[in-house]
Design a protein around this ligand. Structure first.
Ligand SMILES: Cc1cc2nc3c(=O)[nH]c(=O)nc-3n(C[C@H](O)[C@H](O)[C@H](O)COP(=O)(O)OP(=O)(O)OC[C@H]3O[C@@H](n4cnc5c(N)ncnc54)[C@H](O)[C@@H]3O)c2cc1C
Length: 461
């Protein structure tokens, strides 16, 4: 492709900014990043409080965040944040140690069985499901793998493995089918409480591409990365280091693709490009969530785009930041496993104490409001439920200082996954001078989105 082509990138979150970085690294310098809001980072949002930054969005990474590491190297920064640590509580607010045999003598047989199943699961993933952990979903529904290895060098790998079709099953069914149902006790912590849905509804592919065996073990060992200035800082730094920082407050009202050109109306003015990369939401089902539209609403969307993107669903993940009195400040972050089941929808699943050394900082809470077979919990009601739960946990809030419920983890259903949704969308890449990136194309975390942008540039530019 001609290195001088004019490329428009929609969205200044991790996906959009890293697309800019990887384009630039490959010699494409004629790109423009259009960001609708007044800041970069998207769901990496780290506001200030009492001289420190707390996290309303992304919190952590793992050592296999290779794309995030590329960004760190590009900007000369590192993961220098406070060490993560956590404990567990039951729904009554008692501190528990669910994985400690000595504290749970009655559970010893189950814990031993779980340990064996985790080992078996790891082996199955390496053998029966070879190729399961590549970034993105190309070929999976057809029993193929096609992508780049999750290694620092990201070697290109491809091949056939019919077993990969099982990844379209709900994760719960996938585990049961493989005789490893107890591994869900381990995977649920960094999955459901992080807002990515319940195991009886979400395709195993999403669970395992994010929480591949190695990553899950990093969570178990709390071998995790954080950033002192918050995850937003990573993307602020990237924005400062690329040649063309994102243009903030860019309201795109229309995108027309004709005669091999892309005409983008930004803040009332028409701009001409050759290609466009969309990292902003492709479709937003009910047009709210502070993200009132998807690409299909302001583009001259074609029938295939409308048809495919209308299948995208997302999670309603709710975060509140609160202060406490000193005596009510939690000692550490807590996971509440009892609340990670659909029957406890809308309840507090985890709360995070970021700054262990100070008690003048805020604590953040996390709850899910949707399950596909249940009625959505309204936003305000969920917030009230969480505040009640904090009282039960013996850490009542003094004042809520921030909250949002965000368009989270766009994904497709097991049925659409099995029917080859990803291969149909991948076949459309570039067709209308348009490329689709961002969370839905891989997974809703910083690294998978940045990595997908890397691959997109590698494959098409
Ligand atoms: C509470 C919470 C906790 C999380 N925890 C973690 C974690 O611990 N680790 C992790 O790796 N990830 C975590 N994530 C997920 C991570 O933040 C996202 O997956 C990542 O930010 C996705 O990047 P993106 O660029 O695809 O999308 P986004 O971050 O959503 O960025 C999209 C950008 O596009 C802009 N935009 C939208 N529409 C338009 C438009 N029409 N025109 C122009 N711009 C537009 C938005 O303003 C935004 O800046 C968390 C997210 C949340 C909310």
């Amino acid at each position: 492709m001609d290195k001088n082509i004019r490329i428009c990138i929609v969205g200044g979150g991790p996906a959009g900014l890293s697309a800019g970085m990887y384009l630039e690294k490959k010699g494409y310098e004629n790109y423009t990043i259009l960001e609708r809001s007044d800041r970069v980072g998207g769901k990496c949002w780290s506001p200030h409080y009492n001289g420190k930054r707390y996290e309303m969005g992304a919190i952590m990474g793992v050592p296999s965040y290779y794309a995030v590491h590329d960004v760190e190297e590009f900007c000369g920064i590192t993961h220098d944040g406070p060490k993560l640590n956590r404990n567990y509580k039951d729904a009554k607010g008692n501190v528990i140690e669910p994985f400690e045999p000595k504290k749970n003598p009655l559970k010893i047989p189950r814990l031993l069985k779980m340990k064996k199943q985790v080992k078996k699961f790891g082996e199955l993933l390496e053998t029966k499901y070879k190729g399961y952990d590549l970034n993105g979903h190309r070929g999976v529904a057809q029993g193929r793998y096609d992508g780049y290895a999750v290694t620092p060098n990201r070697e290109k790998v491809e091949g056939y493995n019919q077993n990969l079709k099982d990844l379209a099953l709900p994760f719960k069914d996938f585990c049961e089918m493989n005789g490893c149902e107890l591994v869900q006790d381990i995977w649920i912590g960094p999955y459901t409480s992080f807002g990515y849905g319940y195991f009886d509804e979400i395709p195993a592919a999403y669970v395992l591409k994010y929480l591949d065996f190695q990553t899950t073990m990093n969570f178990v060992k709390v071998n995790l990365w954080t950033w002192e200035q918050g995850t937003q800082y990573i993307w602020e730094q990237l924005n400062d280091h690329i040649k063309h920082p994102a243009r903030l407050n860019s309201e795109i009202t229309k995108v027309e693709r004709k005669d091999g050109k892309v005409f983008v109306t930004v803040n009332g003015e028409v701009e001409e490009y050759d290609k466009i990369i969309v990292t902003a939401p492709l479709y937003v089902a009910d047009g709210n969530m502070g993200c009132n539209n998807g690409m299909v609403d302001y583009f001259d969307a074609r029938e295939d785009e409308k048809e495919l993107f209308s299948k995208i669903d997302y999670e309603r993940y709710t975060v509140q930041a609160f202060t406490t009195t000193p005596e009510n400040h939690p000692e550490i972050s807590y996971y509440v496993f009892d609340n990670m089941v659909p029957e406890k929808l809308g309840h507090l699943m985890v709360y995070y104490r970021r700054w262990r050394e100070s008690i003048d900082q805020v604590i953040t809470t996390y709850a899910l409001r949707t399950h596909k077979r249940m009625k959505e919990i309204p936003y305000e009601k969920c917030n009230e439920m969480v505040l009640e739960d904090l009282k039960t946990m013996h850490n009542p809030a003094k004042e809520v200082i921030n909250k949002w419920s965000v368009y989270y983890f766009p994904h497709v259903s097991c049925e659409d996954y099995a029917a080859g949704w990803y291969d149909k969308v991948e076949a459309m890449q570039g067709k209308y001078d348009t490329y689709y990136a961002g969370e839905v194309m891989s997974f809703g975390d910083m690294d998978e989105t940045a990595e997908y942008s890397r691959e997109l540039v590698e494959r098409f530019f």
